[in-house]
Design a protein around this ligand. Structure first.
Ligand code: 1GP
Length: 252
């Protein structure tokens, strides 16, 4: 079964919860333990990636170690071409549609494509949209994004509809890792209204409680990503378990 089929099958049962491991933040040695605890807590998949400091042999080593530690899919969440590893199960093939820099919209995808083919990595075409307050985060700054404004959800909806028409399978609404507040509920709802049930919508950045995660699902998210919160707590399994229970029990 492909990772995409796995995600779709799970989505028929409940909304999804992904735990993001940024090896540069977690520490390369700690990443496999974090992944194990995340799986034990109920995460549906592990995302691995980050904007800076994640690449090459160290990334390969980390992804391989995570793969050997868990049975849920390990999916790359690359910040650049350096975020590719042949040891992962799949890659979110991100296009930052609201970047000012064409490199992040189609340039890096072209450079990456032959490598992905050679590695046989499963590709999940994903429109990456950075919303306010993404300008204060590394992803927004490095990706040269024009963050979609909270006060104009129709702009995010227009980008999402473009993503649907182009043929993306996922739309990742991103406030940025460690953002001071998450993607606005009005944006999530406007995107969902605009696109119907497909593409699937991932929401991440600045989500620090199960209650907020549930709000995003109720406004139309199919999947939630948390990263920072897991880097900050002692008992990872307990925290992931609280998020997983809330997200899996929530309905759109
Ligand atoms: C970042 O959406 C993810 O790309 C997760 O964000 O680290 O704020 O949870 P946080």
């Amino acid at each position: 079964m492909s990772v995409w089929e796995y995600l779709e099958e799970r989505l028929e049962k409940h909304p999804l919860y992904f735990v993001l491991i940024d090896p540069d933040e977690t520490g390369f040695d700690e990443a496999p333990r974090v992944a194990r605890e995340a799986e034990a807590g109920g995460a549906d998949a592990i995302l691995v990636g980050g904007t800076v400091g994640v690449q090459g042999e160290i990334l390969d080593f980390t992804v391989k170690a995570i793969k050997e530690s868990v049975s849920v899919p390990v999916i790359l969440f690359p910040g650049d071409i350096s975020g590719i590893s042949k040891y992962a199960d799949a890659i979110l093939y991100l296009s930052l549609l609201n970047s000012r820099n064409p490199y992040y919209i189609s340039g890096v995808q072209a450079l990456a494509a032959p490598i992905l083919l050679r590695y046989g990595l499963e590709v999940i075409p994903t429109a990456y949209l950075i919303t306010e307050p993404g300008q204060e985060t590394a992803a927004g700054w490095v990706g040269d994004a024009r963050p979609l404004p909270r006060r104009k959800p129709s702009l995010a909806a227009a980008y999402a509809l473009a993503a649907k028409f182009i043929g993306y399978r996922m739309i990742y609404l991103e406030a940025g890792s460690g953002a001071s507040y998450p993607v606005d509920n009005g944006i999530v709802a406007a995107v969902r209204r605009a696109i119907g049930s497909f593409p699937r919508v991932i929401v991440g950045g600045g989500i620090r409680s199960p209650e907020v995660a549930v709000e995003k699902i109720k406004h139309g998210a199919d999947a939630i990503v948390t990263g920072t919160i897991v880097e900050e707590v002692e008992d990872i399994k307990a925290v992931v378990s609280r998020f997983a229970k809330a997200i899996h029990g929530a309905r759109q």
